[in-house]
Design a protein around this ligand. Structure first.
Ligand code: C5P
Length: 236
């Protein structure tokens, strides 16, 4: 059973900008089409909760993507700090004690475990001393996150089908690394495990995180419309 997610919440626009005012301009420019925004490290460090609260007060959802990774007690207290701001989803990672500690303070916040960054390829795992394939490691981590009680995971669209099939419908799958076909092979990008929005959604993703394909486009609103058309077709 697919989740009933409104089209304007399928794309989570990554507000990777250096100043809260720029982020607010992006929200004003796109909010007729988009109702979900991702605040990551760059913007959060620039404005702390200012932009987060502002976006939520305007009636939109926020994914706060700070990828908490620290000792359990520190992660738990960090989750407590964000819980009461009305953030919809936040990201953590780590081993079982870290995830368990984070979950104790989540309240209504949906906690997503980062599996393997979409900028990583197989050679990056080898360089970090890991011997598993990305596909196996993502599946292993996602299964563990689900068993521990996480609401969802962040993975690439490439892994989404196996996770959806093996782990069921409940788990929220959020997939960054979205690239329209034309950009895929130009070699100028830091994302490695990339996919189109349509394929990601068809493969079982609930939301796609999209940043630069929209924010660096000549006509961002046209890109959003095209992506939403693709997604609407995928969800039927
Ligand atoms: O600009 P682009 O579309 O590549 O933006 C992707 C966003 O998704 C970035 O903000 C990045 O931090 C985030 N992200 C990711 N891979 C993950 C988790 C988050 O690329 N595993």
């Amino acid at each position: 059973m697919a989740k009933n997610i409104p089209l304007n919440e399928r794309i989570i626009l990554a507000l990777d900008v250096e100043h809260p005012e720029i982020a607010k301009e992006w929200v004003k420019k796109t909010e007729a089409k988009i109702g979900y925004y991702k605040v990551g490290l760059q913007l959060f460090l620039a404005g702390w909760f200012d932009t987060v609260d502002w976006i939520i007060d305007r009636g939109h959802k926020v994914m706060l993507d700070l990828k908490f990774f620290d000792i359990p007690e520190t992660v738990k207290l960090a989750v407590a700090q964000i819980r009461d701001h009305g953030v919809s989803m936040a990201t953590i990672h780590g081993n079982d004690p870290i995830i368990r500690a984070a979950l104790t303070e989540r309240g209504d916040l949906q906690l997503l475990a980062v599996t393997v960054l979409t900028s990583f390829g197989e050679e990056d795992l080898r360089a970090m001393g890991m011997t598993q394939s990305i596909a196996d490691l993502v599946y292993f981590r996602a299964k563990r996150a689900l068993e521990l009680g996480c609401d969802g995971v962040v993975c690439s669209g490439m892994e989404a089908p196996r996770l959806r099939e093996g782990l069921g419908d409940k788990l929220i799958l959020v997939t960054p690394g979205i690239r329209p076909g034309a950009n895929i092979l130009d070699g100028s990008d830091d994302q490695t495990r990339i996919m189109t929005a349509q394929k990601a959604i068809l493969g079982g993703a609930d939301h796609v995180v999209v940043g630069r394909p929209i924010t660096k486009a000549d006509k961002p609103l046209d890109v959003i419309s095209a992506l939403q058309d693709e997604i609407a077709q995928a969800v039927g």
